[in-house]
Design a protein around this ligand. Sequence first.
Ligand code: HSE
Length: 311
Amino acid sequence: MNNSIKVFAPATVANVVCGYDVLGFAVNAPGDEVIMKVKDTKGIFISKITGDDGKLPLNPEKNTVSASVQHYLNHIGHPDFGIDIELHKKMPIGSGLGSSSASTVAGLFAINTLFNNILTAKELVPFAMKGEELACGYGHADNVAPALMGGFVLIRSYEPLDIISLPFPEDLHAAIVYPEVDVPTKDARQMIRSKVLLKDAVIQWGNVAGLVSGLFMKDYELIGRSMTDVLVEPTRAILIPDFYVLRQLALNAGAIGFGISGSGPSVFALTRNADEAHKITEQLQNHLKKMAINSLSFVSEVNKKGPIIID
Ligand code: HSE
């Protein structure tokens, strides 16, 4: 058994517009890093967190990384040594890019690797969901499942958990822009209506089925016209400065589809290649700059690997 390991886990785009809590994909960057070390004193410790501006708790019971590692050890059995965790945040918190998920998944992948991969990536998902529960009050899997498994993922059912890896066109890219405004996932979840009209549900499940079919058929037009959300986006769009202007700019610049990443405020477009994605992020960032809003951008293929060991 190794005594120390460093792991990177990727950011994710949850919902993919129409699939609230059931669809998500991973990107190559950004992501978070966890260094995990075996120590003599029993227990789980967080010795260091960087890149969080002091926002994240060092208390192991309150931190999503250590709390999910604790759940993992409760399941497989506690070792007669301790675990020390360093978390290095390399992505913005509360950005809608699965920030807590990337940290949690890096920690779970690290502990599972130290224990010779007793569980598969898919089997780790329920433990990562415990971290999401701690972070935002509900253990949704549409960030943690793609972060753990890589690729595009469908959560067909939560009870029982049924997770499906979906195929996707090789050339598919994501153009992501994070406007630096604060949108905590917990608040963004509370603002959504809990009841929906049947006529809206019909539109929504048509689009989810259309998007999944488009991914299977590698049909960009079908993917694009299925990236429509009548349930969640109309409410959350108000949290994002000039959301509908940003969408029009992205679509005019050739985006296949456009929407909110997870609970926002990041927005994303799917494109057919990296050049189009760069053109889109530039236009969106220019528009935000005119409104005096700072932003970050990321362009990535769909991540196929999930977490990786980097040391
Ligand atoms: N499905 C979750 C939500 C993703 O939209 O609240 C959070 O990143």
